[in-house]
Design a protein around this ligand. Structure first.
Ligand code: SF4
Ligand code: SF4
Length: 372
């Protein structure tokens, strides 16, 4: 398989690198083995690409120990985009018949419910939305599965900010909001374009889609690891934080919140895949009475909780360990008793690691400030 000059250059750089980024990688840290480091995965890809090592189940499995967090890129002198190379290696693995067994269930849940979580337990309240509206909200599938009340709150928030109701993106086939397919691309089963063609609900008549899913937003961010090939007929896509940051100046919240007993965790996808830090900063300035405390690693250095890209399907213990490590930051900041994170999936990963009472999603705080 041809990987292209950019990926060939990346794997060559990694092969001869003294592993400068190793400390930054959540999977390398959680698994404590060289194969799960950025260097180990990229070196193996270099060998497999030139047939020095035969692609088989074991080699293919090694390409899956990356959450796509891009933290290694922050510390890489060559600016290597490791997730871009590894997502392509996963496609190659699946095309060659080496999908890791752990992902078979993921595919089945998609087939049965259109989401990686199975059919949602409760229906979203339709009255909050307008099915004729030209602006739509496509909720993150982890928000739909675990926080359906937040989907409704966001519907009311968008009504407040825009002055009219928005449409909820939902599938006619399944009759609930379905997943954009990002986890299937992370598993190498599909491409972003084939997700759009095969899985997405009909978006005809919609001009703009806002989402709280950083994966779907990353596909529509040119500088992300996996930009989708956009078509003229597609609606505009944006992360909901971009819209809120834009509108909160003219439509201020009902109240401001005391956030100085919170610790801010910046989700790696919001920060490094969609460059969302400025939007988060603008929103925090609008909703806070006093700012949240900063973690030791912020912005481009922020830690990955290991919850991304269904890494927990492959390595549940390591994934939990990575989330615990982020939660540990609370022990080092006695004046902070809870954490606020900028993504639904990160909140749930840390909740699964024992932090259910300790972590809130920023979107929940925004809705609280707006009284919705
Ligand atoms: S990503 Fe960069 S820093 Fe990390 S191993 Fe490769 S070349 Fe080295
Ligand atoms: S993108 Fe994140 S998980 Fe993937 S290799 Fe780099 S640091 Fe590790």
């Amino acid at each position: 398989m041809k990987f292209g000059a950019d990926i060939d250059r990346m794997t060559a750089y990694c092969t001869y690198c003294p592993k400068m980024c190793r400390f930054s990688c959540p999977t390398a840290d959680a698994e404590s083995r060289e194969t799960a480091t950025p260097w180990g995965m990229m070196r193996l890809l270099e060998l497999a690409k030139d047939n020095s090592v035969a692609l088989d189940h074991e080699v293919a499995d090694a390409f899956y120990h990356c959450t796509g967090c891009r933290r290694c890129q922050t510390y890489c002198e060559h600016d290597n985009d490791v997730p871009r190379a590894l997502w392509k290696a996963r496609r190659w693995s699946v095309d060659s018949g080496f999908l890791p067994e752990a992902y078979l269930d993921l595919q089945q849940r998609f087939d049965e419910s259109g989401t990686p979580y199975g059919k949602p337990e409760r229906r979203i309240d339709d009255t909050v939305f307008d099915e004729q509206a030209k602006i739509a909200f496509w909720p993150d599938c982890s928000t739909v599965a675990n926080h359906p009340d937040l989907v409704e709150s966001v519907g009311r928030l968008l009504n407040r900010l825009l002055g009219s109701k928005v449409q909820l993106v939902r599938s006619e086939e399944f009759n609930h909001p379905t997943c954009c397919g990002f986890p299937l691309t992370g598993a190498g089963i599909k491409t972003p374009e084939s997700c759009r063609d095969d899985l997405w609900p009909d978006l005809d008549g919609i001009d703009t889609v806002y989402t709280d899913c950083p994966g779907l937003a990353a596909w529509h961010h040119d500088a992300s690891s996996w930009p989708i090939a956009e078509r003229n007929t597609d609606p505009e896509f944006g992360h909901i934080f971009e819209l809120i940051a834009d509108k909160c100046r003219t439509v201020p919240p009902e109240k401001t919140l005391q956030l100085d007993d919170r610790l801010l965790h910046e989700s790696c996808y919001v920060t490094r895949q969609i460059d969302g830090s400025d939007a988060v900063g603008t929103i925090l300035a609008a909703i806070q009475q006093n700012p949240p405390q900063q973690m030791a690693y912020t912005g481009d250095d922020s830690q990955c909780c290991g919850g991304r890209c269904h890494y927990q399907v492959l390595e549940p213990e390591a994934s939990e360990h990575a989330a615990e490590k982020v939660l540990d930051a609370l022990d080092r900041k006695p004046a902070a008793d809870t954490m606020v994170t900028t993504s639904s999936m990160c909140r749930d990963a840390m909740a699964d690691a024992g932090g259910d009472e300790q972590v809130t999603n920023l979107l929940q705080l925004i809705c609280e400030a707006y009284g919705v």
